[in-house]
Design a protein around this ligand. Structure first.
Ligand code: ADP
Ligand code: MG
Length: 709
């Protein structure tokens, strides 16, 4: 074998090796227990304790064979990351000091943890601190391997003592139930008698940056906040577009290969990887899965990206905007609705205008997105995303839907004539290169600027931030679409079976005309769109703080309560958590800036002015012309004065905001007073960076970080 030849890696053998998946369960569980578990997974029946004991025992045996010594309930509190509390399998030693290894059904199903240590938005203050983790058997258990050994992770939901959801998973599962129920209701009216369930499916494309770990550790802004708070732009950014889809650097290729292998072991179907637009930016996309599994897997992807990076002497940045001036990172949420017997409700078929059920589904989604644009926007609100949305590279903070030329035409015909008589065909795309085959042109072109784009047989929600869980956006999507399906089904039922065809026709036309304003096929980055959207009455919520109130409007409460996804109390608690998260994050950024500027960057500027002053003296003593040195000294001194004043202002603004009680007012103050003060400090410091000797600048520059991986 030559050096460059790869050792054999049996992907089929390795895929899902560390997952207690259906194959493992079937092989190991007694037949009856397996059947009962399947009934729980597929049919939602509760599991009895006797069966739970058998499953727990089998799971433990399996995990120990894989080297696991501990188990943990793995859950997703409102911190945006996962949480786990490890317990070893050992039971109390017997008289001879020997321990037994055990995992009981009770331990599998239910765990208790101190909920008051997780964000709860006031839910915990008034109750006991107790919180419960409850096994979610629809997401398979898996083995997590790290420096601490191997741990059996049991995916769970996390609720308070009184049953309020304290996590991302519980509302997601509730919203899946709701959309399934309402979709089946609608499908029955269209004569579907075979499907039992409709399951949202999601493929979440993950963008991230990779930089050198040594350099990362030299920048406290990256360490504490995940993004650079200072940094002058290098002469070259992404303008040459030479990074996108470019050849991977060897170090990155080795890293990605390792990431893939780890993910495959965990049963995560990592599929595509490539360089993204900005230098040092990349993307990983798995094959789409049921949304609850996709949400878990996205968390595993983020964790694996980070863990493997450390091993390779690299650092993975998941922040939405690690560097000013180049593209930020998002997480495109590709969403579709698929029945348990494999029908994708978003599949238009050959001629969309004939496909009446598809058009009903499509117009329901238009209605849902139009009526709840504020909620959908809120679901992608995240502190880091404020720096990305509306930037020149990310969807604007205004929600609109891209349908593509063909479908937009169908909707237009429906609105104007009441029926769609022809379908713009995809047609042929002549490449002009004789030896390339003519490829059948996609009926929908790509539009990279739309926040919510129809892409063939799914919608792609592009607003979501790269760090965020995809649970939130999908909770909203599932719920708003459930509501639209429900209302459509009620209308159609009212009309009666004899008038069904006419009623469907009328309803599609009505929804299309009433919600046509949400359709926008143009350039979402353009200034004119902002004006046009305003004219159409579409909400424009540029910051997280602007978006949060959408959570608790009467409209939102009515929606979520009706479909059993959130109680009003849960919504209020989430709102509070979000304001608090916003304030805390900005506070940390401001404090980091104060320290970094105060202890490292301003002193470096001072050093440089001293050096220049000495140069002026020496040169003048020698009787030569020191005007250049003087000019530089004056310019730098002016920037120094500006930076110092801005530092003082930022400090006092930060202290004032910190003293306020948590809540909306505090978040507004951080946004309106602290964020501008941060920007005012950054400006002179970045300008000074361009003038200070490289060896005097104490932290790695943008060029060092982005181009030297
Ligand atoms: P692109 O970057 O061109 O948009 P990618 O291949 O990077 O495409 O990502 C597309 C994502 O959409 C993948 O995760 C893919 O599995 C997912 N996807 C494809 N079809 C569907 C579908 N019907 N429902 C949900 N997700 C889908
Ligand atoms: Mg992609």
């Amino acid at each position: 074998m030559t050096e460059m030849q790869s050792p054999v890696f049996d992907l089929q053998e390795v895929f899902g090796e560390d997952v207690f998946n259906d194959t493992a369960m079937k092989k190991r569980l007694p037949k009856k227990a397996y059947q009962k578990l399947r009934e729980t997974i597929d049919g939602g029946q509760e599991l009895d304790f006797e069966t739970a004991d058998i499953i727990a025992h089998t799971m433990k045996e399996w995990a120990m064979e894989k080297g696991a010594t501990h188990f943990t309930h793995w859950f997703q509190p409102l911190t945006g990351v996962t949480a786990e509390k490890h317990d070893s399998f050992i039971s109390a030693p017997d008289n001879e000091g020997k321990v037994l290894m055990r995992l009981s059904g009770k331990e599998l199903i239910k765990g208790e943890s101190d909920a008051s240590s997780f964000p709860s938005g006031g839910l915990r203050a008034t109750f006991e601190a107790r919180g419960y983790t409850i096994w979610d058997s629809t997401s398979p258990a898996f083995i997590k391997r790290d420096e601490g050994g191997a741990t059996l992770c049991i995916p769970t939901a996390f609720c308070s003592y009184t049953g309020e959801a304290l996590d991302q998973k519980t509302p997601l599962l509730r919203s899946m139930e709701a959309v399934s129920r309402e979709a089946i209701h609608l499908l029955r009216l269209f004569g579907n008698t075979t499907s039992e369930k409709v399951i949202p499916h999601v493929g979440a494309e993950q963008e991230y940056f990779i930089i050198d770990r040594e350099k990362y550790l030299k920048r406290m802004d990256l360490v504490f906040t995940g993004r650079t708070l200072f940094g002058a732009m290098p002469p070259k950014g992404q303008e040459l577009d030479d990074h996108y889809f470019g050849t991977l650097k060897p170090r990155i290729a080795a890293y990605m290969s390792d990431v893939n292998k780890e993910l495959w072991r965990l049963g995560v179907p990592a599929k595509t990887q490539h360089n993204e637009a900005a230098p040092a930016q990349h993307e990983l996309a798995p094959i789409y899965e049921k949304v609850n599994v996709a949400v878990d897997h996205n968390q595993l992807i983020m964790q694996t990206l980070k863990r493997v990076a450390t091993r390779h002497g690299l650092r993975c940045l998941l922040h939405e905007k690690p560097f000013a001036g180049v593209n930020g990172s998002g997480k495109h949420d590709n969403w579709s609705l698929v029945t348990d017997d494999g029908i994708n409700l978003l599949e238009p078929g050959k001629t969309p205008h004939e496909n009446i059920q598809f058009l009903m589904v499509l117009t329901c989604i238009l209605k849902a997105v139009d009526e709840h644009a504020d909620l959908l926007r809120e679901s992608a609100a995240d502190v880091g995303n404020d720096l990305r949305l509306g930037g020149n590279e990310a969807p604007p903070a205004i929600i609109s839907v891209f349908l593509g030329e063909q479908l937009e035409d169908v909707v237009f015909q429906l609105v104007s004539t009441g029926h769609a008589s022809n379908t713009k065909k995809g047609g042929k795309l002549n490449t002009g290169v004789p030896y390339l085959n003519d490829i059948s042109k996609d009926a929908t072109d790509r539009n990279r600027t739309s926040p919510f784009a129809f892409t063939g047989n799914k919608f792609e929600f592009r607003m979501v931030g790269s760090r965020d869980s995809v649970a939130g956006p999908n909770v909203v999507l599932n719920s708003i679409v459930a509501e639209a399906f429900h209302e459509a089904a009620e209308e159609l039922e009212k009309a009666g079976p004899e008038n069904f065809d006419n009623a469907v026709h009328d309803l599609i036309k009505r929804y299309a005309s009433e919600h046509q304003r949400i359709i926008f096929n143009g350039n979402g980055y353009s200034e004119s769109w902002v004006t046009e959207a305003k004219r159409r009455g579409l909400p424009n919520l540029p910051t997280m703080v602007d978006a949060i109130p959408a959570l608790t409007t009467d409209k939102a409460a009515a929606l979520f309560e009706k479909f059993g996804v959130f109680t009003k109390k849960e919504l209020v608690s989430r709102m509070e958590v979000k304001y608090e998260t916003y304030s805390k994050d900005i506070n940390i950024e401001a404090r980091t800036m104060l320290e970094l500027a105060g202890k490292q960057l301003i002193p470096a500027i001072i050093n440089c002015t001293e050096k220049l002053a000495r140069a002026v003296m020496t040169v003048e003593q020698a009787g030569a012309d020191a005007s250049v040195q003087k000019r530089r000294l004056q310019k730098l001194s002016a920037l120094l004065a500006e930076a110092e004043a801005a530092h003082e202002t930022l400090e006092s603004e930060t202290i004032a905001a910190e003293r306020m009680p948590a809540g909306r007012n505090q978040a507004v103050t951080f946004r309106d007073r602290v964020v501008p003060a941060m920007e005012a400090l950054r400006r002179p410091v970045d300008e000074a960076e361009m003038m200070v000797d490289k060896e005097l600048w104490p932290i790695p520059s943008y060029a060092d970080l982005m181009f030297e991986v």
